[in-house]
Design a binder for this molecule. Structure first.
Ligand SMILES: Cc1cc2nc3c(=O)[nH]c(=O)nc-3n(C[C@H](O)[C@H](O)[C@H](O)COP(=O)(O)OP(=O)(O)OC[C@H]3O[C@@H](n4cnc5c(N)ncnc54)[C@H](O)[C@@H]3O)c2cc1C
Length: 386
């Protein structure tokens, strides 16, 4: 139904070829040692893939969201993981849409060239969790600067980024008319900030994700780093959510297609009771189910992407795409592990690594429950549950 056009096909083929240089052994080693895939991210930057959403006038390739989605899908389909760098794609929109001309000129060319990394996104806090409006990190105006105090958690890639997009409170909750007002977005230059009020502490997790806790203690951020209008930051962040959901759904679809191919190959090869295990419907059906779920999720993702590119606001479609794709990739992960029997647990098959990786998408960047609440309230007209 949605055929790749020539440009998209070229991007798909290009990224596929580059991913071949980073085989499963590479990702396995990074996972085992919990190290950041510096070489992979460098390669993506050098080929312009990380600056793909930056307009040509600022040195980027000015590609569409669909192109970015295809890049991430293919990385995941190859056995790799785009989490090392995907934030640059989905947080870029906040700077592009709401940043001043001066800010775009200051940052975008460097990001496009790969000299400057915009990989960290500081929203989640320990006490607020999903309830973003309850966040407590403050930004206090002081002359020509803002002074930041507070803490973020799960700030991924903070140690591998030069810049962080930070959401902080500039007005008390009780002092704003609209509950969504009072939060502001800043670009924090972490190169200046480290040991000057910014401390980063890594969190070791069940997958290799370079995630951290970040502490702000009287960190001074110049006023010119405020994005857009003070107090309107929550809307700017929400504005970028549809793109984020579409990109994450694409990663899930890539994972799912990796699991399905891996499961089919193994089911065709493995002989038990003197026949291929793939002859058993108990092995076939879960893989077929996962395939059907993946194709359905891919259609919803395509629909959301087309709407996004037509300038519509595909809130429902982007959320449903992310929900369906994360469920499809989990279904595929389960089928793949089961098909591999005991070997699914051995590191060298990569199934257990991808299994751990794809589980994340039902929690982050938004949990399944919160998407279901969104659909219930905003699509079906049911009362708000929280
Ligand atoms: C590896 C990793 C990387 C991450 N990277 C980043 C990052 O770079 N930047 C960033 O800002 N954040 C990041 N996050 C945070 C992530 O977005 C949050 O973990 C996620 O949004 C869930 O928030 P929480 O963990 O505080 O869960 P909570 O908000 O505490 O929720 C816990 C559980 O309760 C459920 N729940 C809560 N409220 C409701 C409700 N009203 N109805 C039904 N169920 C509900 C949730 O669905 C969830 O299952 C990352 C998280 C992880 C694990």
């Amino acid at each position: 139904m949605f055929e790749d056009d020539q440009d998209i096909k070229a991007i798909r083929d290009g990224i596929k070829a580059l991913c071949l240089k980073f085989p499963n052994e590479y990702w396995r080693e990074k996972d085992r040692t919990r190290t950041y895939p510096v070489e992979f991210v460098k390669m993506l930057s050098e080929h312009g893939y990380l600056g793909c959403l930056i307009p040509e006038e600022y040195g980027g390739s000015g590609l569409t969201l669909r192109a970015a989605a295809v890049i991430l899908e293919e990385i995941h389909r190859s056995g790799g993981n785009g989490a090392a760098c995907h934030a640059q794609m989905y947080i870029m929109g906040t700077l592009l849409r709401h940043g001043s001309e001066e800010q775009k000129k200051r940052y975008l060319p460097g990001i496009a060239e790969g000299k400057l990394r915009l990989q960290a996104f500081g929203v989640t806090e320990p006490s607020s969790g999903t309830d973003t409006l309850a966040l407590k990190t403050t930004a206090r105006k002081d002359g020509d600067s803002y002074i930041i105090n507070g803490q973020k958690v799960w700030t991924s890639r903070a140690e591998h980024s030069d810049l962080m997009l930070l959401l902080a409170r500039t007005a008390k909750r009780e002092d704003v008319e609209k509950r969504t007002d009072g939060l502001s977005v800043f670009i924090v230059d972490m190169r200046d900030a480290l040991e000057n009020g910014l401390t980063i502490r890594p969190i070791r997790t069940m997958l290799n994700h370079a995630t951290t806790e970040v502490f702000f203690d009287e960190l001074c951020v110049p006023q010119e780093n405020l994005i857009g209008e003070e107090g309107k930051g929550f809307r700017y962040i929400i504005d970028g959510m549809n793109a984020e959901r579409i990109l994450i759904a694409s990663e899930c679809i890539g994972d799912s297609r990796w699991f399905i191919k891996k499961a089919v190959d193994y089911a065709n090869e493995r002989i038990v009771f003197e026949r291929q295990i793939g002859k058993n419907q108990g092995i076939q059906f879960p893989i077929a189910q996962a395939h059907a779920a993946t194709e359905a999720a891919a259609l919803m993702t395509e629909k959301a992407t087309l709407m996004y590119e037509a300038g519509k606001r595909p809130g429902a479609e982007a959320n449903m795409a992310k929900l369906l794709a994360s469920e499809a990739s989990w279904k595929a992960a389960e089928a793949c592990l089961q098909t591999h029997g005991g070997y699914g647990f051995a590191e060298e098959y990569d199934v257990e690594r991808k299994y751990r990786e794809t589980r994340l998408y039902q929690i982050a960047p938004i949990s399944t429950n919160l998407i279901l609440s969104y659909i219930a309230e905003h699509v079906l007209g049911l009362p708000r549950s929280y």
